[in-house]
Ligand binder design. Sequence first.
Ligand code: ADP
Length: 494
Amino acid sequence: MKKYILSIDQGTTSSRVVLYDNKFNICSIVQKEFKQYFPKDGWVEHDALEIWKDTKFLISKLIKKNRLNPFQIISIGITNQRETTVLWNKKTGKPINKAIVWQDRRTSDYCKKLKNFKKDILIQKITGLVLDPYFSATKIKWILDNNPKAKKILNENNLLFGTIDSWLLWNLTQGKSHLTDITNASRTMIFDSKKEEWSNTLLRLFNIPKSILPRVVENAYNFGTTRLFGGNIEIGGMAGDQQSATIGQACFNTGQSKSTYGTGCFLLMNIGNKFKSSSNKLLTTVAYKIKGKKMYCYEGSIFVAGSAIQWLRDKMSFFKEANKSDLLYSKANLEENITFVPALTGLGAPYWEPNVRGAIFGITRNTSKEDIIKATIDSLSFQTLDLIKAMQKDSKIKIREMRVDGGMINNNNFLQSLSNVTQIKIIKPKNIETTSLGVAYLAALNSGIIKNTKQIEKLWKQNKIANPKISKKKLTPLIKKWNKTIKVLITLNS
Ligand code: ADP
């Protein structure tokens, strides 16, 4: 009988479950969108119970659809939206609040206060992160301070915290495993990723009790067993979504990098086994720990990537489907030199200017929608270049090629633009489902189907390569113009 690995990919807007055969071919995918809650300006919440119910439903659906016997599933991997915070009562199994999502900015003022006390320096030293509401720590504190039930449940010793990985695992194992993996832990802003332990200093700073925290383990591990689907199925792999994609892209060597272009863009570069803080506003996080070997990466994110394409589609009505942007790009007038900074929700790394908003510069009587589409797509190449420059400065390693994935890389003009502007080789892999693939590999490593990361490197196959096709002479003035535009925009908004 054929054997399979099942990947749970719990994202920000939808949950997916992907079935892989033991050669890591995708056999089946099921997906469900779930509700987003925006109770106040800047607040974003999810119903953790809905997420769990959807996940359980999707696993059952996949098993049924493929007529699987549960013993055919060798192992389960879990990858997830990172930082999103759940606090629950272990007695009732119910969350005590809506989950506070990574995008939620309700703790901005508190973070500013901490910054005034220079706590950002301490935080970066211990966690590698830039002090920001994005990470779990201030979200946990907010729930503890604002939910009157929290204290009582805590005093009864029934309160638990977890990011979505822990929450799903705890439910899958019916309360037996309260664990998280090192990549998810490294996004909480209370985890010392050098010492690999919860930081007592930061727990004191945020007034978070240690008793609510999950135990932190490696990425390929015996996380527990689920008995909810008619047999005993092991959960053997776990990692945050971007780290999982880094594993799915087989970036196991120092200097290798991957960039995912979905709603937002996340560029991660493997920097080796030594923790290094960034001087250029990048994050240092754990890339993975497999069989005792821990690797770190620098991470930079662009808040608006594919969502800029959605904006052109939905608000500008420039096209009906995102893939039409590719053809329209080809029709742009190359004389029309406009620059678009699509900072629709602020600028991420390496600028960290959340209050800046977008602008288009250089519009003439001739500017057409095709020109604006081209400028939007090119802007992601320029923003990627800025991230690459910051990573090279911090790591002193030259990036020569980059592996890419995510919805936007279906756009061939984007691939070429990315290579032209960054002047490096851009490689699209055969399987672009790298997020779910990463934890499938981890689960396979734990169950012994895969022996080591070298084997994963061999499984990784390239599909398409873009090499630079523009001369440096032509490119230099364009980069100068981009840099000037960013400066002007930041000054305008300050
Ligand atoms: P996420 O995982 O964040 O939901 P995906 O990786 O599924 O994102 O990618 C979806 C995004 O990619 C959307 O924002 C969409 O606008 C964009 N996209 C999809 N196809 C194309 C294309 N051919 N050209 C440009 N953008 C695209």
